[in-house]
Design a protein around this ligand. Structure first.
Ligand code: F6P
Length: 335
């Protein structure tokens, strides 16, 4: 088999574990095979930029954050049909039988767009996609994306540091979390970090109630703010300060942004295990000549039929936009 691996969208811990799993499984189960890494994501595919990967190239990278293949934002790919045609043609001309992708919802949509060209032309490449994003914005009905738990670990650490200073100064901290238009990272970080509140992207926030919650706390109050919530931290701070003044609540407010720190660092054990499992499963299926598809898993050993790329791409549009109601009720019950 001649195949390629591509890491797309924002980097995340677990991508390297996935690369390692695919390379090692292909070369151990089918030693005559060739594995190539696509450099810098979908842009590299359009530009035919690859490097060969052997077993030694992926030594010691399972826990390493980021992606050794690189990734790049490439928004033109979503709008420019010519670029997608070129990517599909390159796959055919290079003779890749399989393209293994790990990425977020942008990569799922990109894979589906290229897949349609491949099938229209009758070209050979099949595309197998695993979810990799700190945003957890792909197919949440079927598990969580690789990288999400690592970003939560990072968030937990940062929240505990902020809690120390918040508590010492009797302060309210507004903490911005990444996640793009998905509420998951901010909301789950709020749950594990014991935050008093987590503002979701499309929430109609009751600031009077928020001020009341802060006022009831003896010392520290942590409020998570989703990346896509339209008000800036400063705007939220001013609104709350105004209410505090009116209600006679004597608490200082500070604002801090965790964003890019959440995306880096060592991968969590869950992400390493699931990335390894999915990489292994995908290669086993590829060696049997499977069709293109989207793979996901809750945990190592869990097996679920891959979804057609079309279904995954459609699901990626809306499935992450809010947290299931029962989990919101749970978070409130834990407060
Ligand atoms: O998709 C992952 C992510 O980290 C989002 O949470 C965030 O909105 C975005 O990437 C930031 O992208 P960039 O690195 O291009 O600024």
């Amino acid at each position: 088999m001649k195949c390629a691996i591509l890491t797309g969208g924002g980097d995340c811990p677990g991508m390297n574990a996935f690369i390692r799993a695919v390379v090692r499984t292909v070369l151990n189960l089918s030693p005559e095979s060739q594995v190539w890494g696509v450099l810098d994501g979908w842009k590299g595919l359009v530009e035919n930029a690859y490097r060969p990967l052997n077993k030694r190239d992926v030594s010691g990278i399972a826990a390493l954050g980021g992606t050794i293949l690189g990734t790049m934002r490439f928004p033109e790919f979503a709008t420019n049909g010519e670029l997608r045609e070129r990517a599909a043609r390159n796959l055919e001309e290079q003779g890749f039988e399989y393209l293994f992708v790990i990425g977020g919802n942008g990569s799922v949509k990109a894979a589906w767009a290229v897949e349609q060209i491949l099938r229209r032309e009758g070209w050979r490449t099949r595309i197998l996609v695993a979810p990799g994003s700190i945003d957890n914005d792909v197919c949440n009905n079927y598990g969580t994306s690789i990288g999400f738990y690592s970003a939560l670990e990072r968030s937990l650490e940062m929240l505990s540091w902020i809690r120390d200073t918040a508590s010492s100064h009797r302060r309210v901290y507004l903490i911005r979390s990444m996640g793009r238009d998905s509420a998951y990272l901010a909301f789950y970080a709020g749950i594990i970090g014991g935050a008093e509140y987590a503002i979701r992207p499309h929430e109609n926030v009751d600031f009077e109630r928020l001020a009341e919650i802060a006022g009831q706390r003896d010392r520290d109050t942590l409020i998570l703010v989703s990346e896509a919530y339209p008000k800036s931290l400063q705007e939220i701070q001013h609104i709350l300060e105004e209410i505090f003044r009116r209600r006679g609540i004597e608490r200082e407010i500070r604002a801090v942004d965790m964003s890019y720190f959440q995306r880096g660092g060592v991968a969590s054990v869950t992400d390493i295990l699931r990335a390894s499992w999915l990489g292994y499963r995908m290669v086993c299926d590829a060696l049997r000549g499977c069709a293109s598809g989207f793979y996901t898993a809750y945990y190592i050993g869990h097996w679920q039929e891959p979804l057609p790329l079309e279904v995954a791409a459609d699901d990626a549009r809306t499935n992450h936009l809010d947290i299931p109601a029962e989990i919101i009720r749970m978070a409130l019950a834990l407060r």
